[in-house]
Design a protein around this ligand. Structure first.
Ligand code: ADP
Ligand code: 5GP
Length: 196
C-alpha cells in the first residue's frame, strides 16, 4: 500500500493571485466586483502611509498607518512585501496571507509592480495577472475622472504608469479592463484553474 500522506486531512493550499496594473486602470473596481461575485476569495488588506480618500475606512480598503508604524512593521519582518508608490508606502501584512493559504482559502493581492516582483521572488507558485487599460487615453481619462487626486499626484501616477505598462511581459497573463464583468469572469476562471 502507498504510504499515507501525513497532510491528507489538511485542505490543499490554494493559489495566491497577484493583480497588478497602472493606477486608474480599474483594479479596485474589479476586485470589489469580484468579491461580490465570489465572497470566498479573500482580499488582503494592505497597510499604507497615504491619507484616506473620502469614503475610505480604516481596516476596509487599507489599514492607514503612520510612518513610524510602517517602519516598525518592516523592522519586525511583518510585511510579505512593501514598496514606495507616488510618495507613499504600501505593504502586505504577512501573517493573514499565510493563515488563509494554509487554510486552503484563495488569496488575492492587489499591489503595484515592485511588490509583485518581491512576491515572485518569495512565493514561486503565485499567479501574476496584469490588468491593462484599453488604451493610454482611456487610462488618463479614468485616473483623472476618478477625481480623488490633485493634478500633481495624477502626473506622478501617470509617470509611474508608463514604467508599469512596460513591465506587462513579466506577468503570467494580461487581462484588458474594457468590461469589469468580463475581467471578473476571466480572473475567477484563472484563480480556479488547476495549478500546472
Ligand atoms: P485603480 O484601483 O486601478 O487605481 P479604480 O478601480 O479606482 O482604479 O478605477 C479608476 C476609475 O476608472 C474609477 O472611476 C472607476 O469607476 C473607473 N473604471 C474602472 N473600470 C472601468 C471600466 N471597465 N470601464 C470604465 N471605467 C472604469
Ligand atoms: P492607491 O493609493 O491608488 O490605493 O494605490 C496605489 C498603488 O499601490 C496601486 O497600484 C495599488 O495596487 C498599490 N498597492 C496597494 N496596496 C499595496 C501593497 O500592499 N503593496 C504594494 N506593493 N502595492 C500596493
Amino acid at each position: 500500500m502507498p504510504a499515507q500522506n501525513a497532510d491528507s486531512s489538511r485542505p490543499a493550499a490554494k493559489r495566491l493571485t497577484v493583480l497588478s496594473g497602472p493606477s486608474g486602470v480599474g483594479k479596485s473596481t474589479v476586485v470589489a466586483h469580484l468579491r461580490e461575485v465570489d465572497p470566498d476569495v479573500w482580499l488582503s488588506v494592505s497597510v499604507t502611509t497615504r491619507e484616506p480618500r473620502p469614503g475610505e475606512r480604516d481596516g476596509v480598503q487599507y489599514h492607514f498607518v503612520t510612518d513610524e508604524e510602517f517602519d516598525r512593521l518592516i523592522a519586525e519582518d511583518e510585511l510579505l512585501e512593501w514598496a514606495r508608490f507616488a510618495g507613499n508606502r504600501y505593504g502586505t501584512p504577512r501573517r493573514p496571507v499565510q493563515e488563509r493559504l494554509e487554510a486552503g482559502i484563495p488569496v488575492l493581492l492587489e499591489i503595484e509592480l515592485q511588490g509583485a516582483r518581491q512576491v515572485r521572488e518569495t512565493m514561486a507558485d503565485a499567479l501574476h495577472v496584469f490588468l491593462a487599460p484599453p488604451s493610454w487615453e482611456e487610462l488618463v481619462r479614468r485616473l483623472t475622472g476618478r477625481g480623488t487626486e490633485s493634478e500633481e499626484v495624477i502626473r506622478r501616477r501617470l509617470e509611474v504608469a508608463k514604467v508599469e505598462l512596460a513591465a506587462e511581459k513579466e506577468f503570467d497573463t494580461t487581462l484588458v479592463n474594457t468590461s469589469v464583468q468580463d475581467v471578473c469572469d476571466e480572473l475567477l476562471a484563472l484563480m480556479n484553474a488547476p495549478k500546472v
